[in-house]
Design a protein around this ligand. Structure first.
Ligand code: ADP
Ligand code: XUL
Length: 540
């Protein structure tokens, strides 16, 4: 009766989920917020105080500290800890951790009597880690694109054109701004492989899912793509971890964890990114359906049997933990933008939801573009919110406007994935909000379900631990069997599009596209057309 532990080191928190593989139940779930549980690091929403508005850094020592705290909780949780057979993890994607030459030995000789954090700090050649919210590498993106043969070549090989948050451009910026520290770096990990290394007590490999968020990996071979590696920084090849299949066993849980927290020598499975893990945790192991994750970022993703790269340059193709591929499109102004609107009008989530419920589909032609931060999709480097036909003090107009604006952007900018969406699985913190999901159903003209286990990334990691454990034992294993019983949609949460609403959004989406074009300086002001739309659709 083995237990499997899945961890999710996300932007704002660390979550653990333990599943029982026989009863198909979650037997333990716990989450700790970095800002609240570890205030000494001074993060806000998991991000260190910003030196520049377009930079976003976090602390690898804090992530290690959180892991130490979480294992202490698990050890005293009352679950039958010796039954934990394998551990796998999920991490925010793209973030990079820079380790020095002493790290390899230090990882293997961690002292159980001392906290992990103080033993990790000396391993680093760079104290802070740039994370996915960073958008400061525009110059490096252009340099890499040119040197690697252009945007199309980069997309075709790595699955994405150059993106500011991707690890390659971030590594190049580090090399340019601090060449000595770059030279002193022996190994560059992603957050995922760094955390796996801490568990196994040795440098861990990357999996293709997280590896494809770097602008460095060749999708078809899951190996490093030499033109991109050479375009990024000198001697980079020797500093990158190897890429191995997602079900690779990295090692056993190291003596540090066994002695410090009384844990068994469980198998440690290669970690992956939160989106690849969520693909499993939402049960999308076949092509067709999509999931929308409303976390710190909003992400729409689905499985792809073969890589269909986005020629418009909006989305990404990543490796999937099944060995196939996944398509995804990422929006930076997700939960934090919703919070900005909620807070600007002094609302609770309950009041926010009530306002959403009492306002009409189409918002009487009021459109709000919530680019509080530089946006990933569409690319917006200078942040700023844009209001069309919307007064600054219009509370209901902003509440509905932010949600409709986000949902229409998600729907329009994911068309490149060529999935005809009839069912959406909603996950992430804001998927608890049924009124937000109603707007999603109306805009997409699709049924929306919540999932029984809301943290799909941590659940996906636990399911991946089970899969890899079976593979390591030489058992034939089907993904459908691995996910059985644990990725069920909550039947009572089924949300249908409301009559008449999808038609309204069909016409409003053209105007939403026109607002985006205008805000980005590429088209005329569509306010007149919005007034005409309002007259046609005016509701109380
Ligand atoms: P991540 O995994 O990216 O760190 P989560 O998926 O845990 O983030 O989501 C956290 C976010 O969920 C919070 O920032 C908060 O804005 C949002 N959230 C939580 N409850 C609600 C709610 N009832 N309505 C809308 N948003 C919510
Ligand atoms: C994916 C992305 C985010 C992060 C943080 O490309 O940037 O979804 O993984 O969750």
């Amino acid at each position: 009766m083995p237990l499997y532990l899945g961890l999710d080191s996300s932007t704002q928190s660390l979550t653990a989920i333990v599943i029982d593989s026989d009863s198909r139940k979650v037997v333990y779930e716990s989450s700790l917020s970095f800002d609240e549980a570890l205030p000494q690091y001074g993060t806000k929403h998991g991000v260190l105080p910003r030196r520049q508005p377009d930079e976003a850094m976090s602390s690898p020592v804090m992530w290690a500290d959180a892991l130490d705290l979480m294992f202490a909780r698990i050890a005293t949780s009352g679950i039958d800890v010796p039954r934990i057979a394998a551990i796998c993890g999920s991490a925010q994607q793209h973030g990079s951790v820079y380790l020095n030459r002493g790290a390899a030995a230090a990882l293997g000789t961690l002292e159980p009597a001392r906290p992990l954090a103080e033993q990790v700090a000396p391993m680093l050649s760079r104290q802070a880690s740039p994370i996915w919210m960073d958008s400061s590498t525009g110059a490096e993106c252009r340099e890499i694109t040119d040197a690697a043969g252009g945007a199309t070549a980069l997309s075709e090989h790595t699955g994405s054109r150059a993106f500011e948050r991707f690890t390659g451009p971030q590594i190049r910026k580090f090399f340019k701004t601090d060449p000595d520290a770059y030279r002193a770096t022996d190994r560059i990990h992603l957050v995922s492989s760094f955390m796996a290394s801490l568990l196994a007590g040795a440098h861990a490999p990357l999996d293709p899912g997280d590896g494809s968020g770097m602008n460095l990996m060749d999708l078809s071979s899951s190996g490093w793509w030499t033109p991109a590696v050479e375009a990024t920084a000198p001697d980079l090849g020797g500093k990158l971890p190897p890429v191995r299949p997602a079900w690779t066993i990295v090692g056993a849980l190291s003596p540090f964890w066994q002695q410090r927290h009384g844990l068994p020598p469980a198998r440690v499975v290669a970690w992956s990114g939160d989106n690849p893990c969520s693909l499993i945790g939402t049960g999308l192991v076949r092509e067709g359906r999509v999931a929308v994750s409303l976390g710190t970022s909003d992400v729409i993703f689905g499985m792809m049997a073969a890589p269909r790269v986005d020629i418009t340059g909006t989305g990404h193709v990543f490796g999937a933990p099944t060995g196939a591929f996944m398509g995804l499109t990422v929006f930076k102004n997700g939960s934090l933008a919703r919070e900005r609107v909620r807070d600007a009008f002094g609302l609770s989530w309950a009041e926010f939801s009530k306002t959403l419920e009492s306002t009409p589909a189409g918002n009487n032609g009021r459109i709000f573009l919530p680019w509080y931060e530089p946006e990933i999709t569409p690319p917006v480097s200078t942040p700023g919110v844009h209001r069309y036909h919307l007064a600054e003090d219009d509370r209901p107009g902003h509440v509905r406007g932010v949600i409709e604006g986000q949902m229409m952007a998600i729907a329009r900018h994911s068309r490149w994935m060529k999935v005809s969406v009839d069912t959406i699985y909603a996950t992430g913190g804001a998927s608890a909000n049924l009124q937000i999901l109603q707007v999603m159903a109306d805009v997409f003209n699709a049924k929306v379900f919540q999932l029984e286990v809301g943290n799909s990334a941590a659940l996906g990691a636990a399911l991946r631990a089970q899969h890899a454990d079976a593979m390591a034992a030489g058992q034939a294993v089907e993904w459908e069997d691995v996910i059985e019983g644990l990725v069920e949609p909550v039947a009572s949460s089924r949300i249908e599009p409301r009559r008449g609403a999808p038609g309204i959004y069909e016409s409003l989406m053209t105007l939403h596209a026109a607002c985006e074009a205008h805000a980005l300086g590429r088209g005329p002001d569509p306010s007149g057309a919005l007034r005409a739309f309002a007259e046609q659709h005016q509701q109380a």
